[in-house]
Design a protein around this ligand. Structure first.
Ligand code: TMP
Ligand code: MG
Ligand code: ZN
Length: 189
């Protein structure tokens, strides 16, 4: 049986460099001749419908768009990944809970998994499946940004517009990173 894969979870607020970290990690693995598959939820259409990960920094890498509500439907694609390969999931908080079973199967298959996402939503509440993935992780990589109000280390994301739903796709038009003292929870006027 293949050696169990390793689960790495990269988390933090928006503008902390999560996707940049994934793009760099992908490049490193590719340079080392490793098989890497990158998956991104269809929901995140901030940069159009092309199959790429896009970091706020401008870096990007090719990715397969997946239906975040039915990751299990990709079973055949995941089964093709051999031991020693790496599967990367960005915006993991958008995936339905069946991603947990997918990740578990991949690890058992000997595939390393890297999942990145927001640990907390704009209300500072645990975001989707992220806390579960963090609890399962062999390695956690916490990233932070700079507070847009005072410049201190920011672990939270402040919503500036877009209503009160938990999921509102957006970038700097709707969100900024904020620190513990400055962070405010958006409420409709
Ligand atoms: P990013 O971490 O790659 O910048 O992307 C985070 C995405 O999550 C972005 O599309 C905005 C979205 N989001 C929500 O849907 N709800 C939230 O509460 C927050 C903070 C972000
Ligand atoms: Mg990102
Ligand atoms: Zn601040």
């Amino acid at each position: 049986m293949a050696k169990r894969g390793k689960l790495t979870v990269v988390y933090g607020p928006m503008f902390a460099g999560k996707t940049t970290w994934l793009v760099r990690h992908t490049e490193k693995l590719q340079k080392a001749g490793k098989q890497v598959s990158v998956f991104s939820p269809k929901l995140d259409d901030r940069y159009g419908k092309d199959a790429h990960l896009h970091a706020h920094s401008g870096l990007s890498t090719a990715a397969t768009l997946v239906d975040e509500k039915h990751v299990g439907a990709m079973r055949d694609e995941f089964a093709r990944l051999g031991a020693g390969a790496t599967a990367i999931f960005d915006e993991a908080m958008f995936f339905a809970t069946d991603i947990v079973d997918t990740v578990t199967s991949l690890l058992e298959q000997g595939v390393d998994v890297v999942a990145a996402g927001l640990d907390l939503d704009y209300r500072r509440q645990p975001f989707g499946v992220m806390p579960t993935l963090m609890a399962m992780a062999d390695e956690a990589v916490p990233l932070t940004a700079q507070c847009y109000k005072c410049g201190e280390t920011a672990a939270y994301t402040e919503r500036l517009a877009g209503g009160e739903g938990e999921i509102v796709v957006g970038a700097a038009d709707k969100y900024q990173p904020a620190c513990e003292r400055c962070h405010q929870v958006y409420a409709e006027a």
